[in-house]
Write a protein that binds this ligand. Structure first.
Ligand code: ZN
Length: 257
């Protein structure tokens, strides 16, 4: 894809989310924008992409863009008292249900929760995923995080971006800032006031984690959504840090500086 074509895509996408009506060419599905983007969201565990940018995922899919959610692990270490295979099966089903709510496609890589690795082979394996998916835009964990798996997921996405010639726009999302993400200072926001309810439903699909419970974990996400909303001037927002040095100095769909 040429730089000009990519610029057209990002510009058009921003217009779509700002409410511009764009007629679909003859033969094109009506719910697909003329320059449909491929968006990838990389998370270490089932529920990370949902909590970090579930509202944003819904905004993209609502506009007809394709979103693939890449889970580095199946969260097999995340249910106390359950062996890895049982926990993996439960959490794979939960993540699949969450993705159905967000109208995204899940893809599971086969690293192990709590034991994720980063080495030359892991980098190479992740490059192959990028080659297959060919995203225009990628969201991944902010790298300064108390959870080792989150840091590794972030570095895999960054390394592929760097080594493959910066082929996609890269943004970092936060999870449980303060407890997990550290030193996170947003450069961009997406208004999720219209999709926050579905974000909560997607998080609720992770019943084994209590992720949709307002009295529990979702209470933290709810506070973050509201706080970022105050910063962005809307009810609920998700916040991001943009990776610099992307070839196009244009913000992607729905993101404002
Ligand atoms: Zn996680």
């Amino acid at each position: 894809m040429s730089q000009f074509e990519r610029r057209q895509i990002l510009t058009t996408g921003a217009g779509l989310l700002l409410g511009a009506a764009v007629a679909a060419p003859a033969g094109q599905a009506q719910n697909q924008p003329p320059n449909r983007m491929k968006v990838m969201v990389v998370g270490a565990h089932p529920d990370d992409p949902e909590t970090g940018c579930g509202g944003t995922i819904c905004r993209y899919t609502d506009e007809g863009h394709e979103v693939v959610v890449v889970y580095l692990t199946r969260g097999e270490g995340g249910i106390a008292g359950r062996p890895h295979d049982e926990a993996a099966a439960i959490r794979t089903e939960e993540a699949t249900r969450a993705c159905a709510i967000m109208k995204a496609r899940p893809r599971f890589l086969e690293q192990v929760d709590g034991e994720t690795e980063i080495n030359a082979r892991c980098y190479s394996d992740f490059h192959k995923v990028i080659d297959e998916e060919k995203p225009d835009l990628c969201f991944t964990h902010w790298p300064i995080d108390t959870h080792r798996d989150h840091r590794i997921a972030s570095m895999l996405a960054y390394d592929a971006w760097l080594c493959l010639g910066r082929p996609y726009s890269l943004y970092y999302y936060e999870v449980l800032t303060g407890a997990q993400s550290q030193n996170f200072h947003p450069t961009h926001y997406i208004d999720i006031s219209g999709t926050e309810e579905r974000k909560r439903q997607a998080c609720s699909a992770h019943a084994s984690q209590g992720a949709g419970n307002l009295e529990g974990v979702y209470g933290h996400h709810d506070a973050m959504n509201r706080f970022r909303g105050m910063e962005a001037g809307c009810q609920f927002a998700e916040a991001f840090v943009r990776q610099s040095q992307y070839q196009d100095e244009i913000v992607p769909t729905g993101i404002k500086a």
